[in-house]
Design a protein around this ligand. Structure first.
Ligand code: AMP
Length: 184
């Protein structure tokens, strides 16, 4: 169980963070959210935070090299502590990141499962507008969604039959049950 890495792939607003919190609480999994890590770097005004803050504000992806390095650092820490598996929330988001993660998972002997969240665009826009984060302004939301689909298409193709699709046009409890049913 501890050698399991569950990847959450889904557009902004599809509920990856909510589901990952539920799994951490109920199943004692540990989660690594690259978005949360970066937001903390920005709040703490670190060098990394200063480098990424305008990109994040404008809804652009930060560089693969930087995000791979950050993910590795956090993964190594969480891997030592985890008993019931790790969730990667919002990572990988590009083909380069997916390839990097593949080599990392081989080094650690960890098994990858991929969960792709499928959601209607109007549902996403509505949810994001309620969140009131700096990058949740309508023009930025539309850009982030467009970029998401462009960058994620080759990642989804890359993972092929490792993918489990989850319909997330629903309330969190039903979505959670769908995820649990394929984890078991
Ligand atoms: P999120 O909270 O996952 O929506 O991420 C917020 C922002 O952090 C994104 O719009 C990107 O600027 C940056 N970010 C988070 N994860 C990644 C990633 N895997 N690759 C590149 N940029 C990322």
């Amino acid at each position: 169980m501890n050698d399991r890495l569950l990847i959450f792939i889904g557009p902004p607003g599809s509920g990856k963070g909510t589901q990952s919190k539920l799994l951490c609480k109920n199943k004692e999994m540990l989660s690594i959210s690259t978005g949360d890590i970066l937001r903390k770097e920005v709040t703490d005004e670190t060098n990394i935070g200063k480098r990424v803050s305008s990109k994040m504000k404008n809804g652009q992806l930060v560089s693969d090299d930087l995000i791979n390095e950050l993910f590795y650092k956090h993964f190594e820490l969480e891997y030592k502590k985890n008993k019931y598996g790790i969730i990667a929330d919002g990572y990988p988001r590009t083909l380069n990141q997916a390839k990097y993660l593949d080599s990392l998972s081989k080094d650690f002997g960890i098994d990858i499962r991929v969960c792709v969240f499928l959601c209607k665009e109007e549902v996403l826009v509505k949810r994001l507008q309620l969140r009131k984060r700096q990058d949740d302004e309508i023009a930025i939301i539309i850009k982030r969604l467009k970029d998401y689909y462009n960058f994620i298409a080759p990642v989804i193709k890359y993972y092929g039959n490792k993918i489990n699709e989850v319909d997330v046009n629903d309330d969190p409890e039903n979505i959670y049950n769908r995820i649990i049913s394929f984890l078991n």
